[in-house]
Write a protein that binds this ligand. Structure first.
Ligand code: DOR
Ligand code: ZN
Length: 359
C-alpha cells in the first residue's frame, strides 16, 4: 500500500454538461458546482426553455448572481433548439460571446423536452448556420419512439439519426451527451475528423454515475429512483466500455456530470423524474471510478483538458487538490424548501476535494 498516493492535484476541472435550474433553486445548485468546477456548460431545459440569445444572457446573469461570494465559476450558456429556431439566431449567439453550444432534445425524450425538435429536417437551416459558425451541437441521443425498448433508445438514435447527421454536416461540431452504451463509444471512435484547430469534430461526455453503475443499481433490493436518469443506466458490459473510453486518454471523451436536481418528492413518486444529482461530489465520484479501473493518472486530462480543447477554450490555470479520505455521502442536501437525495447517498467515497486554487 506504500505506493498508494494520498493526495491528487489536477488542473481545475470543468463540467461540460450541467443542469442548474432557475429562480430560487440556483441558490442551492450553483454553490456546489462552483466549489469544484471553474466553468460549466449550462443546460437550457428550463420551463420555459432558453430558446434565444437574450434569454441565455438573462439566465447567465441569474446564475452569476447565485455564486457564493468570491467564487469565480463561469457559466457557459446554451440554446435549446426548437423546430422554430431561426438560423440567424446562431450568429447572434456566437456574437454574444456567452453562448457556447446549442442543445438538441428530440421532443419528448426527457425532462422538459416537450419543446424539442420533432423532426431533424426542420432544423437543417440552423445546423448549416452552426456548421458555418463553428457552434457545437449537443445531442441528447435517444429516439422517442415508444415502440423502441427504453434500453435500446440510444443505439437506435445513432443508427436512425446520428449516422445521417454526421454525413450531412461533416464539419459540424457534435457532442453526443452522457453516453451510456458501447454503441456510442464505437460511433465516436469511428469518426476521427478534426476542425481547423486540430480539435475533434465529434466527441462525447460521460457522467460519473454511468461509469460507476449498471442498471442493477436501480433495482438493488427494490426500486431505487435516485439511480433513474435518461439515458437510463445500461447493463454492466456497457459500463465497462464507457470506463475504458473515459480512461483511455482519447480526447474525444470528457467529463459532463449531467447533475440534474429534482426534489426528493418528485423522484420518490408514482411517476418519478429522471435525473441524478452529483454536483455535490462529482470529482470524488469520477476519482473513485478512475481508481477502481486503474486509470487514476488519466483523470486530469478527462476532467480538465479535453473538454476545453474541444470547445477551443483555454485550459484552467487553477488547481484542484484531493486527498485520500473515507467519507460518507450525505443522505440529503437542502433544496428550496425540501431536499435532494444525491447519487450514492450513504455510500463511502475514498477521495475528497480539499481545496481549489485559481492560478
Ligand atoms: O436524467 C436526466 N435528467 N436526463 C436528461 O436528459 C435531463 C435531466 C433533467 O433535466 O432532469
Ligand atoms: Zn442533461
Amino acid at each position: 500500500m506504500q505506493d498508494t498516493p494520498q493526495t491528487l492535484s489536477i488542473t481545475r476541472p470543468d463540467d461540460w454538461h450541467l443542469h442548474l435550474r432557475d429562480g430560487d433553486a440556483l441558490a442551492s445548485t450553483v454553490p456546489w458546482s462552483a466549489a469544484q468546477f471553474a466553468r460549466a456548460i449550462v443546460m437550457p431545459n428550463l420551463k420555459p426553455p432558453v430558446v434565444d440569445t437574450a434569454q441565455a444572457l438573462a439566465y447567465r446573469e441569474r446564475v452569476l448572481a447565485a455564486r457564493p461570494a468570491g467564487a469565480d465559476f463561469q457559466p457557459l450558456m446554451t440554446l435549446y433548439l426548437t423546430d422554430r429556431t431561426p438560423p440567424q439566431e446562431i450568429a447572434r449567439a456566437r456574437a454574444s460571446g456567452a453562448v457556447f453550444a446549442v442543445k438538441l432534445y428530440p421532443a419528448g425524450a426527457t425532462t422538459n423536452s416537450d419543446s424539442g425538435v420533432t423532426d431533424l429536417r426542420r432544423v437543417h437551416g440552423v445546423l448549416e448556420a452552426m456548421q458555418r459558425e463553428g457552434m457545437p451541437l449537443l445531442v441528447h441521443g435517444e429516439v422517442t419512439d415508444p415502440e423502441v425498448d427504453v434500453f435500446d433508445r440510444e443505439a437506435v438514435f445513432i443508427e436512425r439519426h446520428l449516422q445521417a447527421l454526421r454525413r450531412e454536416f461533416p464539419a459540424l461540431k457534435i457532442v453526443l451527451e452522457h453516453i451510456t452504451t458501447s454503441d456510442a463509444v464505437d460511433f465516436v471512435l469511428a469518426h476521427d475528423a478534426r476542425d481547423a484547430r486540430g480539435a475533434p469534430l465529434l466527441a462525447a461526455t460521460i457522467t460519473a454515475h454511468h461509469l460507476l453503475h449498471s442498471r442493477n443499481a436501480m433495482f438493488r433490493g427494490g426500486l431505487r429512483p435516485h439511480y433513474y436518469c435518461l439515458p437510463v443506466l445500461k447493463r454492466d458490459s456497457h459500463r465497462v466500455r464507457l470506463m475504458q473510453a473515459a480512461g483511455s486518454g482519447d480526447p474525444r471523451f470528457f467529463l459532463g456530470t449531467d447533475s440534474a436536481p429534482h426534489a426528493r418528492g418528485a423522484k420518490e413518486a408514482d411517476c418519478g423524474c429522471a435525473g441524478c444529482f452529483s454536483a455535490l461530489h462529482a470529482v470524488e465520484l469520477y476519482a473513485q471510478a478512475f481508481e477502481q479501473a486503474g486509470c487514476l493518472p488519466r483523470l486530469e486530462a478527462f476532467a480538465s483538458h479535453f473538454g476545453a480543447d474541444f470547445y477551443g477554450l483555454p485550459r484552467n490555470a487553477g488547481r484542484l487538490q484531493l486527498r485520500r479520505q473515507d467519507w460518507t455521502v450525505p443522505d440529503s442536501i437542502e433544496y428550496l424548501d425540501t431536499c435532494i437525495v444525491p447519487v450514492d447517498a450513504g455510500a463511502t467515497l475514498h477521495w475528497r476535494v480539499a481545496s481549489a486554487t485559481r492560478a
